[in-house]
Design a protein around this ligand. Structure first.
Ligand SMILES: *[C@@H]1O[C@H](CO)[C@@H](O)[C@H](O)[C@H]1NC(C)=O
Ligand SMILES: *[C@@H]1O[C@H](CO)[C@@H](O)[C@H](O)[C@H]1NC(C)=O
Ligand SMILES: *[C@@H]1O[C@H](CO)[C@@H](O)[C@H](O)[C@H]1NC(C)=O
Ligand SMILES: *[C@@H]1O[C@H](CO)[C@@H](O)[C@H](O)[C@H]1NC(C)=O
Ligand SMILES: *[C@@H]1O[C@H](CO)[C@@H](O)[C@H](O)[C@H]1NC(C)=O
Length: 340
């Protein structure tokens, strides 16, 4: 072999080794370069040194990469931990906030109960509470009013929507309370004031003796919300079968209560609808049934998945038609001309 050939071969071996080292896991040790056959020379020796140097360089690089990787993993783990700590702190803050909120509500109730009433500053509803500077949404106890013949009554006030002052008369959101109830239960009210409830036709009658606005807020299973508002809303007393009168619709959900205008209230044991069918029994709720519905806010609560398979759900035809049961509904009233 000529000297030139030997150099080429050694170079080739060196390159191969380098290529192999890059391709392999850099942590793997390299086999020592094979000694070239025949006599040695300065170039070969120098090449060998260079190869050895490269090898150690690569090993060093590998170690460095590894420690870099380790430090990145450590950093990620630390970040993750910090994240979790922050989440815990937010949760704690939230529960503290709702606790404080509850305490404020309780204080409000106590203030109300100890307040002496004169007829001029009587509290009838959430709007009168609002004008006495109660501005937090939540449960309030309206005091008994001899003059109006109104018993003490727990109500839920929405003090935020469109200026607040709203007294809720109905809510559907949890779905565990049956709304398939009889006349007496619809008259007096049922359910829980912080969950699903019907305030009671007697109470709705009293609340709407003053000219009132009705606002209905709805949410579907996609999380979209719509509303329907009636600038005029009143419910008759029991002698008048809690007859519904309304006018002046506005909103983006459609006017699906208009069809129920001028109808009496019906329940599963009192058929006052304008139909041969017994709508309240068919639709499993108490409502101002016509023949039968263009909306049925007291229908059956169907969960996601089952919410499009029945015609007796919580419906508002003007938005989702007759076979779509809504996820959440609130019906609320406040006096016409209420000024926040
Ligand atoms: C080997 O590398 C070191 C550090 O990079 C350098 O100082 C040294 O001169 C190199 N040796 C040879 C023989 O290339
Ligand atoms: C409906 O609104 C119009 C215009 O604001 C008003 O004149 C009318 O009295 C309202 N109707 C009822 C029944 O309140
Ligand atoms: C509604 O009820 C009243 C009595 O409560 C009755 O006189 C009236 O005819 C009823 N209206 C309808 C449409 O059934
Ligand atoms: C509801 O009926 C009353 C009484 O008949 C009527 O004055 C009012 O305009 C009706 N409302 C609608 C929206 O048609
Ligand atoms: C609603 O369901 C009923 C009964 O399953 C069916 O006859 C009707 O066509 C459906 N309507 C719509 C608009 O899907």
């Amino acid at each position: 072999m000529t000297q030139m050939n030997l150099v080429m071969v050694t170079l080739g071996v060196a390159l191969l080794l380098v290529a192999e080292t890059w391709a392999q896991n850099p942590r793997k040790r390299l086999a020592p370069p094979k000694p070239p056959k025949g006599q040695c020379c300065d170039e070969v020796r120098s090449l060998k040194v260079q190869v050895a140097n490269l090898t150690s360089l690569l090993e060093e690089l590998g170690r460095k990469q590894e420690s870099d990787l380790m430090s990145i993993v450590r950093q990620i783990m630390e970040l993750d931990q910090q994240n979790r700590q922050q989440e815990a702190r937010v949760t704690e803050a939230e529960s503290k906030y709702s606790e404080i909120n509850n305490r404020v509500e309780i204080m409000q109730l106590q203030t109300l109960q100890s307040a002496t009433q004169t007829s001029s500053d009587a509290i009838y509803d959430c709007a009168s509470l609002y004008s006495k500077n109660y501005r937090i949404s939540g449960e309030y106890k309206l005091p008994k009013d001899e003059f109006l013949g109104a018993p003490e009554l727990s109500v839920y006030c929405d003090m935020e929507t469109q200026g607040g002052g709203w007294t809720l008369i109905q809510r559907r959101k949890v779905g565990l309370t049956s709304f398939n109830r009889d006349w007496k239960q619809y008259k007096n009210g049922f359910g829980s004031i912080r969950g699903d409830f019907w305030l009671g036709n007697d109470h709705i009658f009293r609340l709407t003796r003053q000219p009132s606005v009705l606002r209905i807020e709805m949410e579907d299973w996609q999380g979209e919300t719509r509303y329907a508002e009636y600038g005029y809303f009143t419910v008759g007393n029991e002698l008048n079968s809690f007859k519904l009168l309304l006018a002046n619709y506005s909103g983006n959900a459609g006017d699906s209560l208009r069809y129920h205008n001028n109808t009496n209230f019906s329940t599963n044991n009192k058929d006052n609808d304008k139909c041969v069918d017994h709508c309240a029994a068919l639709r499993k709720g108490g409502y101002w049934y016509n023949c039968c519905t263009d909306s049925n806010l007291n229908g059956v609560f169907y969960r996601y998945g089952a919410h499009t398979k029945n015609t007796d759900g919580i419906t508002w035809y003007g938005w989702h038609g007759p076979n779509y049961s809504l996820k959440r509904v609130e019906m609320k009233v406040r006096p016409v001309g209420f000024q926040p």
